[in-house]
Every structure is written in C-alpha cells, then in structure tokens.
Design a binder for this molecule. Structure first.
Ligand code: 0X9
Ligand code: ZN
Length: 410
C-alpha cells in the first residue's frame, strides 16, 4: 500500500513537471536602443515574434525566441542593422528552478487563504477564495464583482470597496490581463488591503479592483506554460489558441492588428470576441459615468503610459494626464528611487489598437486612463522571483495613492 501511494505521488510530481512547458533552448535577445527608423520594422516583427515589455525609441527591445526562431530573428536583425546581443542563452533552467521553488512553497489548502501573500505568487484558486473571504468578512464595505465566467469556466471576479454612499466617484484597477505578468496581481491585492484598512480611502472614491483579469491564461501560466500571455479560447488554428485580451477591446479594434492566429498580439475574431474582455469592457461602460480613473497594471518597463496607443497626437487633457502620472511617478521614486517614466503609449512609435486603457478613455470617456508597466525581473524580465513582490508593492502602492488623490482633487 505504502509503495503504491509513493508511486502515485511520484507519478503526480513527474506528471506535473512534464506538463509544464520546457523553455530549454529558448533565448532572450536584447537589441541596442531602438532608433525611430527601426520602429516600423520592430512593429511588424512584434506581430510575429514575442517581444517582451513595450518596445520604444531610445530603449532596447527584448524578444524571446525558440531554437527554430533564433536564426530567423538574428538574420533579420542583421539585415535591418539592428544591433543585438544574447541576454539569456537558455531560459530552460530558470523556468524549471522557479517552478520547483513554487512547488516547495505551495500551500496545502489553496482554497482557504485568510490574507494575501506577498512572499510567493498566489494561484488563481487562492485569489478567488481571498476575494470571497474579503467580501464575506466585510459585508458593509466589500462586495464581489461578479463578471460571469471565463471561457474555461473559471469565475471572473473582482472586488468593489465602498463606503456605501450613492453617487461617489469611482476608480478602477485591473491586473494580470496578460497572464504571465504575475507581478501585477500583488499590486491589486495590496490596493485591496490598503482600502479595506482605511475608511478615509473609501470616502475618497468607490474602488473597483480585478486582481486577475485573464483567469484562464493566469491559471495556465501556473499549470502549463510560464510565458503564456493570451486568453485560452481556441482559434481557427488548433496549434495556436488564445487572443491578446489587450487587443480585443471595442475601440479601434480592427485598425491595424495582425490576423495571424499565432501572434502574441492576435486580436481575436472581432471586438469583444473574448468573453472575459466583453464582460470587463461592458462593466466599465456601465460604471463609466462615475469612473474618473482607469488603471491597467502590466509588466514590464517602469512606465506610466497614457492614451492613445494608436497615435502620437496629444489628447485634449494631455497636460492633466502627465501631471497626474508624474505625481504617481514621484511617489514611487520617493520609496526606493525607482524611476518610472510618464509617456504616451505610442510615443515610442509602437502602435496598438483595441487596448483597455484606450477603450476606457476613448469609449468610456474616463478622463484619466493609464497602463502601468512594473519593473522587470528574473531571466530577461517576465519571471521575477517571489522576493521581488514585496518591494514592488511597497513602492507602487504610494504611486497609486498619489494618482487617486491627484485625480480626485482635479
Ligand atoms: O502592449 C501592451 O498591451 C502593453 N504592454 S505589454 O508588454 N504588458 O504587453 C502596453 C499597453 C499600453 N497601452 C496602449 N498601448 N494603449
Ligand atoms: Zn501586459
């Protein structure tokens, strides 16, 4: 009997290790700071290859390549005179080590967390339980935002924190719409902790917070593939499921997106084709009258990006957007010196269509809309160690607070 159960345990451990995508032989290439002349080319390349972070003029770009892609990308960079170097020669060991570390830290009963954890990355099921417990334990303040179900049948939940006064202005934060950007979720969890603890914050505004805006993708990045970005709904190409939710919003959806199903920025078959994006977008429109601030938390780049992503033409309240963004960046820098830049999403000549911030601003008429790109970490950027969570939330929360205070005072 003992032998049998050991065999079962061994099978399960090996099974889960085998199921996890191996990045053995994958590389991360880093370019020299990009020139404006290189940007049209980088824009096109980014539709086919997995660029990490937001490429921009004057900044190096990083791109992850499989063993098959590496020679193609290297040859293309050489032909286009884009200087580059190998940043990570083999992603495999790091991905595997971090997975093993997570297994070791795993809690025995993930559906029962009392508090948010900042010493490890929480799984979807834990976060969902945490959201429910928070609402159940604080019925006068907290309620579950029920946005239905993800394509894969996970409950699509956020939290509303409010003093209950009707007609209050509202602020919105969503995290992990890109599955692999794990550092973002703890930022949302920290906002929840702070607003729960401080009635004055609830007197400022109603707070809408979605810690995991892409449940299927987030869960899949824990169980199967560390660098999964998109949703999980199948496409017409059986080899390439998933849509980039941040290209699927109903704002300029079809203006310039790729049609390649395998692209990391594949925008879906139509605006709001993804159930999660439709639910979130429609909810934002429902509360848009009261919503004064929309924030999407992503990684990485240490940037506070404001609309629009499809043009470098300044929007009407650009000065206010910059002033509020700068107040936030200053508050972040005051903690540990991390320098976030405040930029127009397209200022690096990296153009996007159908993104959530532009939707909130352009369709929802939410006056202040931003994407925060947090710090990079780990091998090349997208797999920060758990030890980076606490310093990140410690410096970003004051930035979020300064932003909210600025927006509500202006
Ligand atoms: O490209 C994106 O969706 C975001 N960068 S990421 O590396 N996290 O994928 C940036 C979105 C910024 N907003 C717009 N471009 N509208
Ligand atoms: Zn992102």
């Amino acid at each position: 009997m003992k032998l049998l159960s050991s065999a079962v345990v061994l099978f399960l451990v090996l099974g889960s290790a085998l199921a996890y995508k191996s990045y053995s032989g994958y590389q991360v290439l880093k370019t020299a700071p990009l020139t404006a002349a290189a940007m049209p080319y980088i824009n096109r390349m980014s539709q086919r290859f997995d660029f990490w972070g937001t490429p921009g003029v004057g900044r190096p770009a990083t791109v992850m390549v499989s063993p098959e892609e590496a020679p193609v990308v290297v040859a293309a960079f050489n032909r286009m005179r884009v200087a580059h170097e190998v940043l990570v020669a083999d992603l495999g060991p790091q991905v595997e080590n971090q997975r093993a570390e997570r297994e070791a830290l795993k809690v025995s009963s993930p559906s029962k967390p009392r508090t948010a954890s900042y010493d490890r990355f929480m799984e979807f099921v834990e976060i969902d339980a945490h959201i429910h417990e928070t609402a159940d334990g604080n019925p006068a303040i907290a309620s579950v935002l029920d946005l239905g179900f993800s394509y894969g049948g996970l409950e699509f939940h956020g939290l509303k924190l409010s003093n209950g006064q009707p007609g209050q202005k509202a602020v919105w934060f969503d995290c992990a719409i890109h599955a692999r950007e794990w550092l973002s979720t703890p930022v949302c969890l920290r906002i929840i902790d702070e607003v729960l603890a401080d009635p004055a914050l609830r007197d400022l505004a109603d707070w809408y917070i979605m810690p995991v805006a892409n449940p299927d993708g987030y869960d899949y990045s824990f169980t199967d593939d560390r660098f999964w970005r998109k949703t999980r709904r199948p496409t017409a190409d059986a080899n390439c499921p998933g849509t980039d939710p941040n290209r699927n919003f109903d704002f300029l959806w079809d203006a310039g997106n790729p049609t390649d199903y395998c692209s990391e920025v594949y925008p879906g078959t139509g605006a709001f084709s993804e159930p999660e994006v439709a639910a979130m977008g429609n909810f934002i429109l429902d509360i848009a009258d009261n919503l004064v601030l929309y924030v999407a938390v992503h990684s990485y780049g240490e940037m506070i990006l404001y609309p629009y992503g499809h043009t470098v033409e300044p929007v009407p309240n650009v000065d206010q957007l910059i002033a509020a963004g700068t107040a936030s960046a200053d508050a972040i820098a005051a903690v540990a010196g991390t320098a976030y830049t405040v930029e127009n999403s397209a200022s690096g000549l990296y153009f996007t269509y159908g993104a959530s911030d532009d939707f909130a601003y352009g369709r929802g008429a939410v006056e202040f809309a931003y994407t925060f790109e947090l710090s990079a970490g780990g091998s090349g950027g997208f797999d920060p160690p758990a030890s980076q969570i606490q310093p990140t939330v410690d410096e970003v929360w004051p930035g979020m607070l300064a932003l909210v205070e600025y927006v509500l005072a202006n």
